[in-house]
Ligand binder design. Structure first.
Ligand code: ADP
Ligand code: F6P
Length: 466
């Protein structure tokens, strides 16, 4: 067991930022998982020997604390039953749909809530054990909303920040939650609560006033015990330099050209890259594309759609139903409009290495991002970062957090409006080169001026000042 000391900076998230890699001889090592958050926090971690507390992603898996990439990793164990009740249940079948506009009906089960409380308590105790006196603790996302208050009771000396990566719903929806007061009080344990969008910060402040003993004045919430909780929006971003480096590699550009050939060298390659999640509007975009083919507005040799649907939360029933629905839809479209060697939709149910993903982004003429609700949507920003050539067009749902920043250069759509979506797809495909360049310049200015490093600095600066 590595000898890990106390840390003055601790990140706590549902998952650890590493994946276990098992070699042929059976020995296991850990590899840093791709992701902007860990990249952004790595310099802080390195400078203060920070710690990251999280779950490995496997049930009953509790390696001793260990160090990698200049940070200490502390694994929180979850039993198989807890994975079912805390992760798949309360986090992803109660909170996830509730916070995403109840696109599917949230399920409320008291035993799931009990598991959520118990697991949040375990995470908080793990942090309390590893945090140095007056350390800064940065709690991530909806799986851990009770951690701030539990931690404050255990360790009043700590500075606690919380960031919600997903939307925070309005009163009419949040009010459904049988444990709404407890969740709000959990979050109010933090010194700073951060959200993706202004509207989410407003929702939280007014809900805290309505359902707890706190009072809210603008962006400061005063708790019953006299503390001030700061509430603010911090739109998250991506590691722009990672993508810029990848697309400056001639092999990536060659791969990108090759992908276009492999899909039949169409005039327009449309691309969607999403976790296979009902929030992402995959069915809506397929429907719009299918209707364009059906009406003859597009032909399959003129435009193809590539849809990467990343496997996700596969034991949760709503995700299983979604997969069946999408695969039925893709099968029908290909049966209807495809020919031998030329499907209308290239459907890929797989995870990819970053280099392949970025090659795909660079190959696409039109990036189609149509979530029905999304906290931010990093793929939209990654597409913009990949277009160093100022080519391509972005079709973006107004219900993605990214629309706040990218609305000027993107083609904004309401994905529920299928006719509007069809018109927008055609407009994006028929864009003249000068306007395309102009739009992409605007998009790139926005993405390059707020990358993930800036986001992390901004959050941590506000937290230290809170
Ligand atoms: P969410 O957090 O809901 O999954 P985002 O678009 O904000 O959605 O972030 C998804 C992240 O996962 C992006 O960084 C994206 O590049 C990555 N990603 C999505 N699909 C794949 C895939 N098939 N293989 C590898 N990475 C993926
Ligand atoms: O952005 C929301 C989020 O749940 C993150 O917390 C997580 O990293 C990502 O989506 C993938 O979800 P999961 O950890 O459930 O696979």
């Amino acid at each position: 067991m590595a000898d890990i000391g106390k840390s003055s900076f601790v990140v706590v998230a549902n998952r650890l930022p590493v994946d276990r890699v098992v070699s042929i001889d059976g020995s296991a090592t850990w590899r840093r998982s791709p992701g902007g958050l860990v990249t952004a926090l790595a310099p802080v971690m390195r400078s203060v020997e920070g710690a990251w507390v999280g779950w490995t992603g496997s049930p009953d898996d509790a390696p001793d604390p260990f160090s990698t990439d200049d940070m200490d990793l502390v694994a929180v164990p979850l039993s198989a039953q807890e994975v079912g009740e805390y992760y798949e249940g309360f986090s992803n079948a109660t909170l996830w749909p509730l916070y995403h506009d109840v696109i599917v009906a949230p399920e409320y089960h008291r035993e799931w809530w009990d598991a959520y409380r118990r697991v949040n308590d375990r995470f908080a105790h793990a942090v309390a054990g590893v945090a140095a006196e007056e350390a800064v603790v940065f709690v991530q996302d909806y799986q851990l909303q009770l951690v701030p208050a539990i931690l404050r009771r255990l360790r009043p000396d700590l500075k606690i920040g919380f960031f919600l990566h997903i939307p925070f719903p309005p009163t009419e929806l949040f009010a459904q939650l049988p444990w709404r007061r407890q969740i709000l009080e959990g979050l109010l344990g933090a010194d700073l609560v951060g959200f993706q969008r202004e509207g989410a910060a407003e929702n939280f402040a007014s809900l805290a006033e309505r359902y707890t003993d706190a009072t809210a004045e603008s962006r400061q919430v005063r708790t019953a015990d006299g503390r001030t909780v700061h509430v603010q929006s911090f739109p998250i971003s991506i590691d722009v330099s990672e993508i810029t480096d990848l697309v400056s590699d001639p092999d990536v550009l060659a791969r990108s050209d090759h992908i276009r050939e492999e899909v039949g060298a169409p005039k327009h390659m449309l691309l969607g890259v999403d976790r296979l999640d009902y929030t992402k509007g995959i069915g809506h975009r397929l429907k719009a594309f299918g209707e364009l083919l059906a009406a003859g507005d597009l032909t399959p040799d003129e435009a193809v759609m590539v849809q990467v649907a990343t496997p996700s939360r596969e034991r949760v029933e709503a995700y299983q139903t979604l997969r069946d629905d999408i695969e039925l839809q893709v099968g029908r479209m290909n049966g209807e409009y495809g020919t031998i060697g030329q499907p209308a939709v290239h459907y890929l149910h797989s995870s990819y290495e970053r280099v392949e993903l970025v090659s795909l982004l660079r190959a696409a003429d039109v990036m189609v991002v149509t979530p029905l609700r999304d906290g931010m949507n990093l793929v939209a920003k990654e597409y913009v970062a990949a277009r160093t050539d100022l080519g391509g067009a972005l079709v973006l749902s107004e219900f993605a957090g990214a629309a706040d920043e990218l609305g000027d250069g993107a083609f904004l759509v309401n994905p529920h409006d299928i006719d509007g979506l069809k018109r927008t797809l055609l407009a994006a495909m028929r864009l003249d080169a000068a306007e395309a360049t102009q739009r992409m310049k605007l998009l790139r200015e926005r993405v390059l001026s707020n990358d993930i490093t800036r986001w992390a600095e901004s959050f941590l600066t506000s937290l230290r000042a809170a």
